[in-house]
Design a binder for this molecule. Structure first.
Ligand code: CTP
Ligand code: MG
Length: 241
C-alpha cells in the first residue's frame, strides 16, 4: 500500500543533517571506534562532517555521539564552523541514535523541512553526489536516498560457501546515505518501525515510496580495515576540506 502525502509548502523547506556516530565499529575490530581513526591526518568523522558543513543548503549538522564517548573532545573540530551541534545521546542501535538526532532537531525543524541522515562511516561523499540528491528531491513529497545499481552477478551461497543459485540483479540497488526525508514523516516512521537498518526501510514499512537517486560507488561505508585504505586512496585523489 502506498500512502499519498500532501505536497509541501514550496520553497520554504530547510535542511538539517543528522550524522549517527555512536557505533563501536565491532566488525572493524579496532580499539579506537572507526569514526575516530586517522584518515589523511584527520579523524575519519571530520571528513564526513566537512562535506555536510560546507554545503550551503544545509542549515545545521547534528552529530550523534555515544553518551560515554571519550574521543570527541580529543580532536579539533573548529574548522567545521558553527553549523555543527553535538548530541550525546546515541542509542544501542543506529536507528535509536538517529531518533536522538531527530529529537535534538525538533526545536528547529518543521514537519515539511528536510532531514538528511548520513553515516559517520562514509567519509567519501562528494559534494556533487550530495547536490544531486538535494536537487533531485527538492520538490518530492517524501524523499529518497543515494544508491547505486548492482553491477556484479549475484550468487546465493549454501552453508559450505558453495553456490546455491544465481540471483537476478534486475532492479537491485545498493542503498547508501545520505537518506533525505521530510522531517515529520521520518520521525513518525521511525517511531512506528524502530527495528530498521536504514531510514528508507522505516518509510517503506509506513507505505511511502522513497526515490532512488543514483550515487557513486566511491561513497563506501568503512566497515572492515581494507575499506579504510580504499577510502584513503579515494580521498587522496579527490581532496576536500
Ligand atoms: N551507529 C550509531 N549508533 C549505534 C550503531 C551505529 O550511531 N548504536 C552509527 C555508526 O557510528 C555508523 C553508522 O551508524 O556511523 C553505520 O553503522 P555501522 O557501519 O554498522 O557502524 P558500527 O555499528 O559502529 O559498526 P559495526 O556494525 O561493525 O559494529
Ligand atoms: Mg552497526
Amino acid at each position: 500500500m502506498s500512502v499519498v502525502s500532501l505536497p509541501p509548502t514550496p520553497g520554504h523547506a530547510r535542511h538539517y543533517a543528522i550524522v549517527p556516530a555512536a557505533g563501536h565499529g565491532s566488525r572493524f575490530g579496532s580499539e579506537t571506534p572507526k569514526q575516530y581513526l586517522s584518515l589523511l591526518g584527520r579523524p575519519l568523522l571530520h571528513h564526513t562532517l566537512a562535506v555536510l558543513c560546507a554545503c550551503p543548503a544545509i542549515d545545521r549538522v547534528f552529530v550523534v555521539l555515544a553518551p560515554d564517548d571519550d574521543w570527541w573532545g580529543g580532536f579539533d573540530w573548529s574548522a567545521l564552523g558553527s553549523k555543527l551541534e553535538t548530541v550525546r545521546q546515541g542509542g544501542a542501535t543506529r536507528a535509536a541514535s538517529v531518533q536522538a538526532g531527530l529529537a535534538a532537531a525538533a526545536t528547529a525543524a518543521a514537519d515539511d523541512d528536510w532531514v538528511l541522515v548520513h553515516d559517520a562511516a562514509r567519509p567519501c561523499l562528494s559534494a556533487s553526489a550530495l547536490n544531486q540528491l538535494l536537487q533531485t528531491l527538492a520538490d518530492d513529497p517524501v524523499g529518497g536516498l543515494l544508491a547505486v545499481p548492482v553491477a556484479d552477478t549475484l550468487k546465493r551461497s549454501d552453508q559450505r560457501d558453495r553456490v546455491a543459485g544465481t540471483v537476478p540483479r534486475d532492479g537491485l540497488w545498493q542503498a547508501q546515505t545520505p537518506q533525505m526525508f521530510r522531517y515529520g514523516l521520518l520521525r513518525d516512521a521511525l517511531q512506528r518501525f524502530p527495528d530498521v537498518t536504514d531510514e528508507a526501510g522505516a518509510m517503506e514499512a509506513t507505505g511511502h515510496v522513497p526515490r532512488l537517486v543514483r550515487g557513486e560507488l566511491a561513497n563506501l561505508k568503512v566497515t572492515y580495515p581494507a575499506d579504510l585504505a580504499l577510502a584513503e586512496r579515494l580521498l587522496a585523489t579527490a581532496p576536500r576540506g
